[in-house]
Design a binder for this molecule. Structure first.
Ligand code: FAD
Ligand code: AMP
Length: 479
């Protein structure tokens, strides 16, 4: 007799493992299928998906190490601290990162035990079934489940003709495990991942060149933020970012990588460009994992971009089959997948599942950090929505001055008339933490006036949000 579950989750990343834990908390007999060992030394399946193993967590660990290194070399001097010669032991830095990953992935196994989620190691695939129960093949066994949540995530988007060997030509997994600082690092794609990984190795001493296809830098961000980021990354930090680049070919040889490309700027195309580098990172976006899932076998519908087609509550076209995280529409962010996982488990339990897509924060963990929630100025303008903006530089904030880190600003956009907060955009130190206040405000449909009346501790970086709210009404006190 096949093993039976109430809820079976395919994929143990943030979308999947959180859905499984919440479903189990709600009393369902729950299993989670995961296929990847992610380089586990014992070859055991690891939970946490891209995020924990080769994404959010390891990249933030390396960003922290490289920031310390950069501070020791350049940042402490202004405080009167002399460090002498500073060196980096890349192997120790990578080991620390690996230990953090092991600790967290092991921790999720512990959470599965605590919540009585059954881990089914192996590749999950729909084999048949219907509304009364779905059959899923896992490593030669067929299990059945009343509800299936697909959370198979995404993988790096390949570029035609470029072979990733994760030695010289790397995707995110390889770029998080370099054994030495490359002298010259090339990065294709100046999006979130390219900028974060490029920053790590730049701070450690690499010459970093990023080739970006689009003519605009950080096109998804508020244009003001993108302009400031461009200035800081290129002029202050020396990242060489080349926009409008079309890759023509990549050859990897014994002594490095040669990238041929042409570049379009102001309507002019300059062909025959070459970038020679010691290592290359390819970070041109991610594609959903739907292959080998048996979608065709059961008629699970995909959308035009190959993602599993879902409604606003993550229902697919099949009864009792749901999908969450990177494999469905919306931003490819771990916290968005986790919230969807919780929402779906609660909907299955007949509760009012909730995920507010209008208040999902975006963060880029460069230095300065970039974070935003809600609409950009360009989106508001093109939608014809009347708004007022309040903008405060960190240079006017005492805490930022004390920290010696005054780059950037906070900008709040509020609706003309009722002052409802429509968007908050931050570039500056700790933007990833500061954005939470904006998200809470937007979740509860607060106005800039509400923020203006909230007591903010002094001296804190959060006072910039307070001042930006005051500035919406042209009454900032400290700027
Ligand atoms: P995934 O994490 O991709 O997990 C899916 C899991 O399903 C995988 O473990 C896979 O092995 C498994 N699987 C797939 N198919 C099957 C199958 N058929 N059977 C069994 N198992 C299967 N997001 C942030 O919010 N903040 C960040 O700072 C951030 N940094 C990032 C940095 C990098 C370098 C990268 C690459 C990504 C980063 N992301 C970040 C994005 C984040 O990692 C993803 O949004 C998140 O992991 C998506 O979660 P998921 O559960 O949908 O999918
Ligand atoms: P993200 O999705 O934030 O990781 O960003 C991926 C980045 O890669 C985006 O800025 C894309 O414009 C960029 N990109 C996509 N395809 C190419 C390409 N062929 N060459 C260079 N950049 C690319």
């Amino acid at each position: 007799m096949a093993r039976q579950f109430d809820v079976l989750v395919i994929g143990g990343g943030p979308g999947g493992y959180v859905a499984a834990i919440r479903a189990a908390q709600l009393g369902f007999a729950t299993a989670c299928v995961e296929s990847q060992a992610w380089g586990d030394p014992k070859g055991e399946v690891r939970l946490g998906g891209t995020c924990l193993n080769v994404g959010c967590i390891p990249s933030k660990a390396l960003l922290q190490s490289s920031e310390h290194f950069d501070n020791a070399r350049h940042g402490f001097v202004m405080h009167g601290i002399a460090t002498g010669e500073v060196s980096i032991d890349v192997k120790t830095m990578i080991r620390r990162k690996d230990n953090i990953v092991s600790q967290l992935t092991g921790g999720i196994r512990g959470l599965f035990r605590k919540n009585k989620v059954t881990l089914l190691p192996g590749h999950g695939r729909f084999a048949g079934g219907g509304e009364d129960g779905w059959e899923i093949d896992v490593a030669g066994e067929t299990v059945t489940a009343r509800h299936v949540i697909v959370a198979t995530g995404s993988r790096p988007r390949p570029l035609d003709g470029i072979v990733v060997d994760n030695r010289l030509v790397c995707d995110n997994a390889g770029a998080l495990a370099f054994d030495a600082v490359p002298k010259r690092l090339g990065v294709i794609g100046a999006g979130v991942i390219g900028l974060e990984l490029g920053s790590v190795w730049k701070r450690l001493g690499a010459e970093v060149t990023l080739l970006e296809a689009l003519p605009d830098f950080l096109a998804a961000a508020d244009a003001d933020i993108a302009r400031e980021a461009w200035k800081v990354f290129t002029k202050k930090q020396g990242l060489d970012i080349r926009l409008g680049a079309r890759i023509l070919g990549v050859q990897a040889g014994e002594d490095g990588v040669r990238v041929e490309y042409e570049q379009e700027s102001g309507g002019q195309v300059s062909g025959g460009q070459v970038l020679e580098c010691d290592r290359l990172i390819v970070s041109v976006g991610r594609v959903p994992n739907t292959e080998g899932l048996g979608c065709e076998a059961v008629g699970l519908r995909l959308d035009a971009r190959g993602r599993i087609d879902v409604d606003a509550q993550c229902r697919t076209n099949l009864p009792n089959v749901w999908a969450v995280g990177d494999v469905v529409r919306g931003p490819m962010l771990a916290h968005k997948g986790m919230e969807e996982g919780v929402m779906v488990a609660e909907l299955i339990a007949g509760q009012a599942g909730h995920c507010n897509y209008d208040a999902v924060p975006w963060v880029i963990y460069t230095h300065p950090e970039i974070a935003w929630a809600g609409k950009t100025e360009q989106q508001l303008r093109s939608a014809g929505i009347a708004y007022r903006a309040g903008k405060i530089p960190f240079a006017a904030n005492g805490r930022a001055l004390g920290q010696g880190d005054t780059t950037g600003f906070v900008k709040m956009l509020a609706a003309e008339g009722d002052d409802r907060i429509l968007g908050v955009h931050i570039i500056g130190t700790n933007a990833s933490e500061l954005i939470s206040e904006a998200v809470v405000a937007m979740e509860f449909q607060a106005s800039s006036e509400d923020i203006a009346r909230i007591v903010h501790a002094h001296p804190t970086l959060s006072e910039t949000l307070h001042e930006a709210a005051l500035a919406v009404d042209k009454r900032s006190l400290h700027f």
